[in-house]
Design a protein around this ligand. Structure first.
Ligand SMILES: [Zn+2]
Length: 184
């Protein structure tokens, strides 16, 4: 019985990954139609090399590698939301790493056999930009490591304005109660 359950969940996992890959190949880059020249004009040379030519930035060099601010990681090509700051972890591999994505519909995956290895490439499903690869050596509970080039990422810091508004409201309330006490 236990074996049957295991086989069944394995089969589900396999078919799930299959769907992701098929889905990736169907939807990749269909929402943003830009010529190569337009991408070149919009992106920095490093962003262009990574996003449009599936390049890899040098390990340990990415601007967002050690970023610990709260917010959302976006696609540097089209702005699609890709990962939440809470999903990032220090893997020590030299590239920003995430153990899962809460924006799965914006992430596409496909098999990459380019360097004599079978790897799973990770792309932005909105513009087709290359982000990095996903490996199966991440932390629990997912066991996954999305190894993403910093150059292909943007970062939106959590809404500072709403936090400031909350703080000034709190100050106003404190002032009001302070004056109340004074009058008594
Ligand atoms: Zn994109």
């Amino acid at each position: 019985m236990k074996t049957a359950v295991t086989i069944c969940s394995l089969a589900m996992l396999v078919s799930c990954r299959q769907t992701v890959v098929e889905n990736a190949e169907k939807t990749m880059g269909t929402n943003v139609e830009k010529t190569d020249a337009e991408w070149k004009a919009q992106l920095t040379p490093m962003q262009y090399r990574v996003l449009r030519k599936a390049g890899t930035e040098r390990a340990g060099t990415g601007a967002l590698l050690h970023n610990k601010q709260a917010g959302t990681y976006t696609c540097a090509g089209c702005g699609a939301e890709l990962f939440a700051s809470g999903e990032k972890y220090e893997s020590g591999c030299g590239w920003p790493s995430f153990y899962q994505t809460s924006h799965a519909s914006n992430i596409a995956e496909r098999v990459d056999s380019s360097v004599g290895m079978r790897r799973t490439e990770v792309l932005c499903s909105n513009c087709g930009g290359h982000l990095g690869h996903v490996f199966e050596d991440g932390p629990q509970p997912t066991g996954q490591r999305y190894c993403i080039n910093s150059a292909s990422l943007g970062f939106k810091e959590e809404d500072r304005i709403s936090r400031q508004a909350q703080r000034s409201e709190l100050r106003a309330r404190r002032r009001a109660s302070g004056q109340g006490a004074h009058r008594e």
